[in-house]
Design a binder for this molecule. Sequence first.
Ligand code: CDP
Length: 805
Amino acid sequence: MNDMTPDREERSANLKGMGCSRKRVEDSRFTQGKGNYVDDIKLPGMLHGDFVRSPYAHARVVSINKEAALALPGVVAVLTADDLRPLNLHWMPTLAGDKQMVLADGKVLFQGQEVAFVVASDRYVAADAVELVEVEYEELPVITDPFESLKSDVVLREDLEGQTEGAHGPRKHHNHIFTWEQGDESGTNQVLDNADVVATESMYYHRTHPCPLETCGSVASMDKVNGKLTLWGTFQAPHVVRTVASLLSGIEEHNIRVVSPDIGGGFGNKVGVYPGYVCSIVASIVTGVPVKWVEDRMENLMSTAFARDYHMTGKISATKEGKITGLHCHVTADHGGFDACADPTKFPAGFMNICTGSYDIPVAYLAVDGVYTNKAPGGVSYRCSFRVTEAVYFIERMIEVLAIELGMDSAELRRINFIKKEQFPYTAALGWEYDSGDYHTAWDKALKAVDYDGLRKEQAERVEAFKRGETRTLMGIGLTFFTEIVGAGPVKNCDILGMGMFDSCEIRIHPTGSAIARLGTISQGQGHATTFAQILASEIGISADSITIEEGDTDTAPYGLGTYGSRSTPVAGAATAMAGRKIRAKAQMIAAYLLEVHDDDVEFDIDRFVVKGAPEKFKTMKEIAYAAYNQAIPGLEPGLEAVSYYDPPNMTYPFGAYVCVMDIDVDTGVPEIRRFYALDDCGTRINPMIIEGQIHGGLTEALAVALGQEIAYDDIGNVKTGTLMDFFLPTAWEVPNYETDFTVTPSPHHPIGAKGVGESPHVGGVPCFSNAVQDAFRPFGNRHTNMPHDHWRIWQTANRLGLHD
Ligand code: CDP
């Protein structure tokens, strides 16, 4: 070796592999306006679609008169359910085993429901024509409360009348969808009946919305000459969309190409299939030219998938010393007009059965009742893994309520009940096997970092000062310890519309030693092009800068189930590592041949294979790649490619410890977040800078949900929060400085030990902000108040507790 040869440290740094805070490679195009979003796609002769939507939440559609709209110059077609009926496309299946009207068929079930689809030469002409479609409605009684719905004689889903069995078992009432039970009911009740202490609480996790910056949209282009349909769209799961499009349209799957171009945020909003996608396809087939549909902000908020809307009642029991003995949870889940929840098939309430949280609870029972109301359908995992946010909010509120009941500090109550490090892998009472964790270490680190004892002392002094009339500000300390469950599969447990939840990666190494890797996932801002290249760099010894990551085109990417529920790293990240290892295995044989030694006599070293015991004898990956294409190697095919379809053996269980310190002005209800400390453990960290960004984003969305964001309805089903004037989207003004921290507890079953992280801060953040508000009022008798804690509601809490006297 000569002196110019880089040393091992330099070679390792050059790779920009695992653990490196590599700058996001995708950002140069985003920051320079060179992104390519659905609305940027402009095809020759393209038409534009727009929806006539129902102003009523529940009404019979008596007639639809298209004449005036069709007479407007530029209008090409107005589609209604009657036009879609012959194609059997007036209804479509939902991911939850229900079916949903594509266009109103006889009646409408929520405000904003799609009634007719206008196709015109221009987006603005289409919008004008929407105004000219005359729809006669006959109003029907509106139900926006799921408890009322279960008592009402009004049948919301007339198409299901008389059906006592749904996709998830028996239906108890004509507006009931399913009951999903988990755990040991009688065992739990027995423990609760005989417990020293039982805390009971009801809480409503309000309806909200993922509200990505880019709304949903699609461009369909049917090439009738070649029989090929191309569909660009805001799809978090492009392959699943292709399969569904094939099943619905009868077009063979190889003749459909689905492309997810750049996506401006998804957060679960872009998992399901919307009527707009179907209508743009039908309109393109009918007209023979490309048709674009892009919804506006109001349409996005009113009609695309909502999140949460869970009414939860809990009972938690403990010994006098604070050891939790049992947990009972009942949920009434408002699913709106159709059950269009985006969950794995066998989990109609997602992973709500992780509601025992981070605690060693011997026995538990969960029952979820799904109910129809006159609200928009959806039920997506807004930045969480399938209802985990609801589950974590539930248990973290129950812990606080139990602490009040016991007269205990809730930090100590958590510590007493954490699952211990040596108990992992740990099987929870509701069935999940947690892979790894070290909760006590994380908790102690968090409490020390914020000087928890000091904060409690300061809070007590503030309460005394308030009582003496020296201040009108109270101080809240919000605590949360959460465990997420991310990375669906495994295939044997998890599927979507029958497609097992694996994921995939296909790698091609080019002769000159650079590479392309294609994955079944699709980034919506998470930085996959940056981080997946880092995984590969470490696995195959080629610099991340020389690896292109491509996702989202079903013609080129291997089949995968897409990106949501923080599943990319646990599943596709694992597939990437496994495919990389196949490349490395072949590279080893090539290196051994070139070095004229046995395969076992070479070993991988950062970016090369070296002869064991003779480090001066080596072949770099670049040399090996070239040899794969220019040498006839006995027993080996030419080329250097690999593919992996990864079926994860288990999900991964990231966790975290969060503390929020808040000052609340009792007279205005305005909260001021003084400090937010977030410790996350996502196992092996691929890119610390991206993790930090994910945590900042997730916490900000958590702040939004906890402190103001909601989709609210009035009594007759009008959406009261259909614009960004009413729907709270935080800006830099409201967002505090976040302090981030971490511990590293690798997943034992993941090839690189990584767990997901994108959704953890949202899952942990919501209860943390909420607990801070509630904690500020705890010394004055507050037990629980529902979110969102906007200024008015906080003021009302202060008023209810007599703090304005
Ligand atoms: O599925 P999704 O991409 O939304 O979530 P994720 O798997 O949690 O990944 C979000 C981003 O964080 C990706 O760019 C990951 O590669 C990165 N990440 C990381 O750097 N280290 C981890 N242990 C987990 C995720």
